[in-house]
Design a protein around this ligand. Structure first.
Ligand SMILES: [Zn+2]
Length: 180
């Protein structure tokens, strides 16, 4: 069995004890009969909660994942973003292009919103006009409402290499399309 270490993400929120003490690792392994597979495992340093799941890699074609987030439970959907993917939340005017941020990450929808929030806070420290500051203030309020599950939105991930994925808590709310 050949094994390739891919990425690690630390400080994710634990679904059990709710501390940001989860470490998630991803490895590419070859599983007999299934071929190349991504194996994710997470471990909470605080309470010891463990979880692992697999994602097959054999069919790699460009894909778009569109998740309709309209319920607080949707925020726990798993998001696996490779360095070739871009993320968009049209309702918040947020986008993370693959060119700008090549960091791969494994988190959940709430984690994506937390990243959007810190990116917006950075933007705020650069803003020089009053209008700009007001706009950013409103955006931060919207992001907070989205984190609380009070603002429905759409999360779109496009990956030309088809590695990224969303594992939806409510699979009926996820649309998967092949793109060219
Ligand atoms: Zn924990």
């Amino acid at each position: 069995m050949s094994e390739k270490y891919l990425s690690v993400s630390d400080g994710e929120k634990c679904p059990v004890c709710e501390n940001s003490t989860m470490k998630v690792t991803a490895r590419e392994i070859k599983v007999p009969h299934f071929g190349q597979t991504l194996l994710y495992s997470s471990l909470c340093r605080n309470c010891g909660f463990r979880q692992s799941w697999q994602y097959p890699l054999e069919a790699r074609s460009p894909h778009r994942y569109t998740l309709n987030v309209s319920d607080p439970s949707d925020l726990t959907s798993r998001v696996i973003k490779s360095n070739t993917a871009s993320i968009k939340i049209p309702e918040l005017g947020f986008s993370l292009e693959s060119k700008m941020s090549s960091d791969p990450f494994i988190t959940n929808v709430e984690g994506v919103l937390q990243r959007a929030k810190s990116a917006t806070q950075t933007l705020n420290s650069w803003a020089d006009s009053k209008e700009e500051k007001e706009k950013i203030k409103k955006l931060l309020l919207d992001i907070d409402r989205a984190i609380e599950g009070e603002l429905p939105f759409t999360l779109i991930i496009e990956d030309p290499l088809g590695i990224s994925t969303i594992q939806a808590t409510n699979p009926k709310k996820l649309k998967i399309e092949e793109i060219s």
